[in-house]
Design a protein around this ligand. Structure first.
Ligand code: SAM
Ligand code: SF4
Length: 479
C-alpha cells in the first residue's frame, strides 16, 4: 500500500523523525567550554587513538585560539588522515541534471526569483552525451545534482540514474551514481534506491532555525524540519549511505561545526551508523545573489574547521569540492579530506559543449574555484604521492552503512582502499593517461606496493595478479 504522509505526520509517526538540534544546547556548550593546552592535547590524542569526540571535546578544539594549539590540531588531523584513510583520494565529478527550482534560497543562482537564470533540464540524449564526455576523460563516479522542482520527482531522478548507468564508452562506465537533491518522502527514496544509487546527500545549509528562515524565503525548502529529517526518511527506505553538510558562510562556523557533529550523533544513536560523508561547502558568488558578509568564513578558519571535523569523526568520509581554489584544496586535502571532485563543470550540458563565459554564469549555480581538468588534478596528486582512486568496491560488495563502519573501524579501510585505489588508478593510466603520466603513475604504484608489502606481505600477491590482468585489458577488478 502506498504511504503518503504530510511532513507533520512524518514527525509524529516516528520518534526518530523528531528534529534533534537544540540551538541553546550547542551555544551553551560553546560558551561554557574552556580550552587549556592540556585538554586540547588530550583530545587530539583521543582522536588519534581513533575514538569519536563528544560535543564538549569538539568545543574545546573549536575554542582553542592559541596559534601553537591550532597548529597542533592541524597536525593531529594530518596524522589521523594518514592513519585511517591512508593516502588515497577518491575522485568524482558532479553532473547537473536540471536547474529549475521552486525555492528561493537567497544565496543560490538557481532560486526561483532569479529571472536572469536560464532554466535547463537535460533530456535523456543530453544526459547520455554528458556521461560519454565524462567517461572519455576517465571518470567512474558521479554525483547528480537537481534543483527542487515538481518536474524532478523521484521517478525522474531514478530514471536519470538508470540513464547514466546505461552509458558505456570504450572501457568507460559509471560505477557509482550519488545524488544531491531535495529531500524526498519514503516512497520516493525507495524508488531512487532501486535505481542503484550510492550516497544520498542533503545539506542542511544552516542548522540554526531562525537564520535558516532568513535564507529560505519560500518553497518547500523553507520547512527546516522537513529538510533536517530528510535523511532519516532515507534510512527508513533503507538507504544507509547518506551524506550531510552545512553551507559555511550562512551563520557562525563554530555553531555549524558542532551542529554537524550533533547530526552525526543522531545517526549513530538511531541507526547505529554515522553518515557516510560530511561536506563543508563555503558560499561562492552566484548570479545576483545577496550574501551577508557577517558570517564569511576566512581561509584560516575554514582550514581550522576541516581539521576539527576530521578529529571529531575519525571514520566519516570528508568531501571537498571545486568551489575552493587550488591552493586551499591543496592545504585542506592534507587535513583529512577523502574525496574531491575533479574536472568539474557545473554548467548544464557543459561537459559535452563549450560555451562563452557570460552564458556560462547564466547556467551555473555559482562560480567554481578550481577549474583544472581531471588529468591535471591527477598529475598533481601523483606528484604529491597521493593515490587518486576511482574505487567503487564497498558499495558494490555491500559494505555500506553499518557494514562499512565495521570495515572501517579496525583499519580495514586502509587495506581495502589502498589496493582498490591502485587497481583503479592502473585502469585510468592504461585507458586515459598520456605516456608521461602513465610512467609517473606506475612509478607511484610501485612505491605504494612496496609500502603495502612492508605492512602485510600476504596482501601483495593477489594485488599483483590483478594488476597484471588490468595491464592485459581486464577491467573492474576489486577487493
Ligand atoms: N536543490 C537541492 C538542494 O538545495 O538541496 C540540491 C542541489 S543544490 C544545487 C546543492 C547545494 O549547493 C546546496 O545544498 C547548497 O549547499 C549549495 N549551494 C547553493 N548555493 C551555493 C553558493 N552560492 N555557493 C556554494 N554552494 C552553494
Ligand atoms: Fe533550489 Fe537547491 Fe538552489 Fe535552493 S540551493 S535555490 S533548493 S537549487
Amino acid at each position: 500500500m502506498k504511504m503518503i504522509y504530510s511532513p507533520q505526520e512524518y514527525r509524529i509517526k516516528d520518534e526518530r523523525m523528531k528534529p534533534f538540534i537544540d540551538e541553546n544546547e550547542i551555544w551553551e556548550i560553546l560558551d561554557e567550554t574552556k580550552s587549556t593546552k592540556e585538554e586540547v592535547r588530550r583530545i587530539i590524542q583521543k582522536s588519534l587513538d581513533k575514538n569519536r569526540l563528544s560535543l564538549q571535546e569538539t568545543a574545546v578544539l573549536i575554542n582553542a585560539t592559541d596559534p601553537e594549539l591550532i597548529e597542533e590540531i592541524k597536525q593531529g588531523a594530518r596524522e589521523l588522515k594518514e592513519k585511517v584513510y591512508g593516502d588515497r583520494i577518491v575522485i568524482f565529478a558532479p553532473l547537473y541534471i536540471g536547474n529549475k527550482c521552486s525555492n528561493n534560497c537567497t544565496y543560490c543562482g538557481f532560486r526561483a526569483n532569479n529571472t536572469k537564470q536560464k532554466r535547463i533540464t537535460l533530456q535523456k540524449e543530453q544526459i547520455k552525451r554528458e556521461v560519454k564526455a565524462l567517461e572519455d576523460t576517465g571518470q567512474k563516479r558521479l554525483i547528480l545534482v537537481y534543483g527542487e522542482h515538481k518536474d524532478y520527482d523521484a521517478d525522474f531522478i531514478a530514471d536519470s540514474v538508470r540513464t547514466v548507468y546505461d552509458v558505456k564508452s570504450g572501457n568507460g562506465e559509471i560505477r557509482r551514481v550519488n545524488i544531491n537533491a531535495a529531500p524526498l518522502d519514503i516512497d520516493g527514496y525507495k524508488k531512487v534506491k532501486e535505481a542503484g544509487i550510492g550516497t544520498f546527500q542533503i545539506f542542511q545549509e544552516t542548522y540554526h532555525r531562525d537564520e535558516y528562515k532568513k535564507y529560505h524565503l519560500s518553497g518547500k525548502k523553507a520547512d527546516y524540519d522537513w529538510r533536517l529529517t530528510g535523511l532519516d526518511r532515507a534510512q527508513e527506505a533503507l538507504i544507509d549511505d547518506v551524506g550531510i553538510g552545512a553551507l559555511f558562510g550562512l551563520y557562525d562556523w563554530r555553531f555549524e561545526t558542532l551542529a554537524l557533529l550533533r547530526h552525526v550523533n543522531h545517526f549513530e544513536a538511531c541507526y547505529n551508523v554515522g553518515p557516510h560523508t560530511i561536506s563543508f561547502p563555503r558560499i561562492k558568488a552566484a548570479l545576483d545573489s545577496n550574501i551577508n558578509p557577517e558570517y564569511e568564513v576566512s581561509d584560516e578558519d575554514f582550514v581550522r574547521l576541516v581539521a576539527i571535523l576530521r578529529l571529531a569523526v575519525p571514520y566519516t568520509g570528508m568531501i571537498l569540492t571545486a568551489r575552493e581554489p587550488e591552493h586551499i584544496r591543496e592545504e585542506v586535502i592534507k587535513l583529512g579530506v577523502s574525496q574531491i571532485d575533479a574536472g568539474t563543470n557545473i554548467q548544464l550540458g557543459g561537459y559535452s559543449e563549450k560555451n562563452e563565459k557570460q552564458q556560462k554564469l547564466e547556467q551555473e549555480q555559482f562560480e567554481i574555484g578550481d577549474t583544472r581538468s581531471l588529468g591535471e588534478v591527477i598529475d598533481e596528486l601523483i606528484e604529491k604521492e597521493y593515490l587518486p582512486s576511482f574505487c567503487t568496491a564497498c558499495y558494490r560488495k555491500g559494505r555500506t552503512g553499518e557494514h562499512f563502519m565495521e570495515f572501517s573501524v579496525p583499519g580495514f579501510i586502509k587495506r581495502f582502499c589502498s589496493q582498490n585505489a591502485i587497481l583503479t588508478l592502473a585502469e585510468y593510466l592504461e585507458d586515459y593517461a598520456t605516456d608521461e603520466q602513465k610512467q609517473k603513475g606506475y612509478k607511484l604504484i610501485d612505491k605504494k606496493i612496496k609500502e603495502l608489502e612492508s605492512i602485510d606481505n600476504q596482501k601483495v600477491a593477489p594485488l599483483l595478479e590483478r594488476l597484471e590482468l588490468v595491464r592485459q585489458g581486464k577491467r573492474d577488478l576489486y577487493f
